[in-house]
Design a protein around this ligand. Structure first.
Ligand code: SF4
Ligand code: SF4
Length: 475
């Protein structure tokens, strides 16, 4: 009898290999069991999610009619929970010094031909100004693991610098942090520094593969890495972001592991992951994705996105510029709620674009459009690009955020906030073409705010943004 316990704080017990293998066997046995599949789809329609076993059955199913139903449901849930809004963010690479040996990442310690860089606070400032000048309000900071070059004090200094810069009408209002697994004490320091979400990709939930893919460095310790979110929550961070790097292991194994992790967070902390990211392995210096034999095609990627959407409806889903325009368009429809735009994956590359040529990037970017082009493209597709950061700044994090989501109240905030922050973007950063499309969109969308009082206040704020140079309104 294997040990599987979502309430356990031991990684091997809440992400249990035997349970995952048993789940995959169960999924294979039931992939044509239409009665069970219908039952799972009916349960998913209640919009309270489905568990890792149920999701795995849907993932194994290849009945075209049932797949159409799954996609339609994912689209409907996306629409009901997130409307047409897409939240925008950008990554900011602080340092690519790293002591780990992750075989899929060019920052691995043994890569001697990558240019190693770490931003000084003056350089952080320049990067932030360059990002503000594009219109970004929300960042995800990234750094390799290196206790000498990138200690927690360095990360904290960078966060302080980022929040302190007010350039023209710009401001970074939310800093999410993607750094290596660390101690409760360090998570507490990050919390005190005012971070938004703590993001840590699991990479793979398969322990055996994990240990092979991380042969050296502190990240080799699977349990320490997998239990990081529990320590983050113990340190007071209540918004955490999960993710796997699709392509490293069998995707079916990863989906089951990812959802078990979400179930664990819910069981122990009463609140599931704030976001889930779905990166796929990409080409980079010293990294050839074809050497990993678990790559997934675009259709499978879309199927995974749709199933995550219906499995955890309250969890935001993130996609980066690793994916090109076509794939992004497909998965935004099925569940993605946050995307990066105009990303630079090298250290110092926003202020100093030649940094790209210096060979310090973590991966090749597929979507190379400017933020203005991405914003315009989203609006032409009927979406509302949002630069909203309101929840975190209003203290709506963790279970308070989830409670609002679950009783439907979040809808009264997100839509007007999206329109007001889009208006700021249009006034301060957009091209003429984007502004024209955006202004027409805002006018139309304001009418869709159901609450009359909220509609009136949002309209007044938008007027103030346009005519009185006022900024930073939020519900
Ligand atoms: S994935 Fe992260 S920990 Fe691993 S080598 Fe790259 S930067 Fe370092
Ligand atoms: S109101 Fe909250 S949930 Fe809605 S977009 Fe803004 S930050 Fe996100």
């Amino acid at each position: 009898m294997y040990k599987y316990d979502p309430k356990s704080l031991v990684a091997d017990e809440f992400i249990n290999d035997e349970e995952i293998k048993d789940t995959l066997r169960f999924a294979d046995e039931n992939k044509d069991n239409l009665e069970l599949i219908d039952k799972i789809i009916e349960k998913a329609k209640l919009r309270k999610g489905i568990d890792h076993r149920e999701a795995s059955v849907l993932l194994a199913c290849d009945n075209p009619q049932k797949l159409d139903e799954i996609y339609a449901l994912a689209q409907q849930i996306k629409k009901d929970f997130y409307g047409d809004r897409i939240v925008m963010f950008a990554p900011l690479y602080l340092s690519n010094y790293c002591v780990n040996g992750c075989v899929y990442c060019p920052y691995h310690a043994k890569n001697k031909h990558i240019c190693r860089k770490k931003l000084t606070q003056e350089e952080v400032k320049k990067e932030v100004i360059a990002l503000q000048d594009m219109g970004h309000k929300r960042l995800a900071i990234e750094a390799g693991e290196d206790p000498v070059n990138n200690p927690i004090e360095y990360i904290l200094d960078c966060i302080k610098t980022i929040y302190s810069i007010k350039h023209k009408n710009g401001a970074i209002r939310r800093v999410n942090v993607n750094i290596a697994a660390t101690t409760v004490e360090n998570y507490r320091k990050l919390k005190d520094a005012g971070i938004g979400t703590y993001i840590l990709f699991q990479e793979t939930y398969n322990k055996e593969s994990y240990e092979k893919l991380h042969p050296t460095g502190p990240k080799h310790n699977y349990n320490y890495h997998t239990e990081a979110m529990d320590r983050a929550m113990e340190g007071g961070i209540d918004d955490v972001g999960l993710g796997v790097l699709f392509g490293l292991e069998l995707y079916r194994y990863e989906l089951a592991g990812l959802l078990m992790h979400a179930e664990h967070l819910e069981a122990v902390h009463g609140v599931g992951p704030h976001t889930i990211s779905v990166p796929r392995i990409k080409k980079a210096d010293d990294i050839d994705p074809s050497t990993f034999d678990n790559g997934i095609d675009d259709d499978t990627f879309a199927k995974i996105t749709a199933i995550i959407r219906i499995a955890v409806p309250y969890t935001g889903m993130i996609i980066s510029t690793r994916e090109g325009q076509k794939v992004r368009e497909q998965v935004i429809k099925l569940g993605i709620s946050q995307i990066s735009g105009a990303s630079c994956t090298s250290v110092g590359g926003y202020d100093h674009p030649e940094a790209e040529e210096e060979n310090s990037a973590q991966f090749d970017v597929s979507d190379t459009r400017t933020l203005d082009e991405v914003v315009c493209w989203l609006m032409e597709l009927g979406y509302i690009p949002s630069f909203c950061t309101a929840c975190y700044r209003e203290g709506r994090t963790g279970d308070r955020f989830m409670a609002l989501c679950k009783n439907g109240q979040i809808q009264n905030c997100c839509h007007p906030n999206a329109l007001m922050t889009l208006k700021e973007y249009l006034m301060d950063y957009a091209s003429e073409k984007t502004k024209k499309i955006g202004d027409a969109l805002i006018e139309k969308e304001l009418l869709k705010i159901p609450n009359e009082k909220v509609r009136r206040i949002a309209t007044e704020h938008i007027n103030d943004i346009e005519n009185n140079n006022k900024r930073d309104f939020r519900f």
